[in-house]
Design a protein around this ligand. Structure first.
Ligand code: ZN
Ligand code: CU
Length: 483
């Protein structure tokens, strides 16, 4: 095929995102879309990228993030574009930046403080106002956003320690409708967390009752990922059935030593239930979790590292046990003094992580926490680690499968039209990397580092990462769900 392109990626190995075997070929981009794929040796372009020896894949879709504020406060999105991520799903775990009609005062209730402990960023009175701001000040990546049930509870309820009453449910329903009208792709919950733990299954069903009809999703950080994980899966699937919504089980895992190995049971149940109703799940590629610091979570972990502390920032990056020793107090007292704070918890079994990652329907999501002082390395490393450590080094699955789990599968699950594929007509979201060297640069010791082996990254046809740094371009869009 002849022609002139804006960007021509030559001599690459195309891994197209469908899971199909890789093939050699050129990719021609015109404007924001891929115009041709194949032998384009007779063509020319304003800009030519020589991809000899490199993989050319669809840009990765981070199926689980807390980037609601990062999109605005650090729009070059380095933790994401440096590892090939071109689209993020935000507003997860019940935590969204909007709507907050009356604003928020410091200190912000955990876990909403993952987005901003000071409260100033909770300034969007409606979801429409938030999305309009994202459109007016685009980031380097695309985004598709969920509205968080915990945010809705905090915006509508004075007493969070009980189930919502009829009037509060009505207020939340109106906010869900407003968010969906504005372009939200669904609702998230974080029933594990204190501000939502008192919500009954019925409350969630009521708040989410229009999701199915409107083609929107229900994404959940479940009530229990430990001893009660099976009951939590049952609750999640019931909410899906009663609202008619497709459900996404967020960062699927089993925590606590007593539950090691139970992913066999959870995956059996999930795959059986998938035959009855639409279910998706995502996973981050680490055996350590990260969220706000709490005594309850610390108690079941073999090791806890503090990632940030509003009260005592000097302890960020240190192990909780060492902090308690240095303070000369018990760990519970050390936790009390550090709060509000965040932590990394080593509390999973590596074979569970691998079993969940290798499960066919599992998508990759980072669950990265971009505002932590010493973040869990999943923020900068998740996608590169799946390609390098889990696919190439351990051989857990092929490169084609790894790419599918972060592109085509995710786009189909979230209804992101013309994303996640290398094909004529698809948007030119493209990651070009060396399959022999791609790997995480971030470690627990040094968690802020770009991926190794990432050559260049395009979003809507524009380079956002090249020569080892962000280009400064901000071609990202707010994506809607096409049902
Ligand atoms: Zn979560
Ligand atoms: Cu999360």
């Amino acid at each position: 095929m002849h022609g002139f392109f804006d960007v021509l990626i030559r001599h690459g190995t195309v891994v197209d995102g469908t899971g199909a075997p890789r093939f050699s070929g050129d990719v021609g981009v015109r404007g924001e879309r891929i115009a041709a794929v194949g032998d384009l040796s007779a063509s020319d372009a304003s800009r030519i990228i020589d991809a000899t020896g490199l993989a050319v894949a669809p840009g990765f879709i981070d199926s689980h993030t807390h980037d609601d504020r990062l999109l605005l406060s650090a729009p070059s999105m380095e933790p994401k574009v440096s590892q090939g991520v071109t689209t993020i799903i935000g507003g997860n775990c019940g935590v969204s930046l909007a709507p907050m009609p009356d604003g928020m005062r410091a200190p912000v209730i955990a876990p909403l403080n993952l987005l901003d402990a000071q409260g100033g960023w909770f300034r969007f009175r409606s979801f429409a106002q938030y999305l309009d701001t994202l459109r007016a000040q685009p980031a380097a990546t695309n985004c598709a956003m969920l509205v968080g049930h915990m945010t809705l509870r905090i915006a509508t309820m004075k007493d969070l320690e009980r189930a919502a009453n009829a009037q509060e449910i009505l207020a939340m329903q109106l906010m869900v409708d407003e968010a969906l009208d504005a372009g939200a792709i669904g609702v998230s919950t974080g029933l594990f967390y204190e501000p939502a733990a008192a919500a009954t299954t019925e409350e969630v069903i009521q708040v989410c009752r229009t999701l199915g009809r409107r083609g929107a999703l229900y994404c959940t950080h479940m009530r229990d990922e430990g001893d009660g994980v099976m009951q939590s899966l049952e609750e999640t699937f019931r909410i899906g059935r009663e609202t008619g919504a497709k459900v996404v089980v967020s960062h699927h895992k089993v925590v606590g030593r007593a539950n090691h190995g139970r992913s066999r049971q959870t995956l059996d149940f999930i795959s059986g239930q998938m035959k009855m109703q639409p279910i998706c799940l995502d996973c981050y590629p680490y055996a350590a979790s990260s969220t706000v610091l709490s005594a309850q979570r610390a108690a079941i972990a073999s090791r806890v590292t503090v990632t940030w502390s509003e009260a005592m920032p000097e302890y960020a990056g240190m192990d909780l046990a060492d902090i308690a020793t240095r303070m000369g107090v018990a760990t519970d007292e050390a936790i009390r003094r550090l709060l509000p704070a965040g932590a990394v918890y080593h509390s999973m079994d590596e074979s569970d992580v691998q079993r969940i990652l290798a499960f066919g329907p599992t998508m990759i999501g980072s669950d990265g926490l971009p505002h932590d002082q010493v973040p869990h390395p999943r923020l900068w490393g998740s996608f590169a680690r799946v390609l390098g450590h889990y696919s190439r080094s351990l051989g857990l699955f092929s490169l084609e499968t790894a790419v599918h789990k972060m592109t085509g599968l995710t786009a189909a699950n979230f209804g992101l039209a013309d994303r996640g594929l290398i094909a004529p007509g698809a948007y030119a979201d493209i990651a070009i990397f060396d399959p022999a060297t791609i790997d995480e640069g971030a470690t627990f010791e040094k968690p802020v580092a770009p991926a190794l082996g990432m050559h260049s990254v395009l979003v809507n046809g524009e380079p956002v990462w090249e020569h080892g740094r962000a280009s400064g371009a901000r071609p990202g869009r707010v994506l809607a769900r096409s049902s």
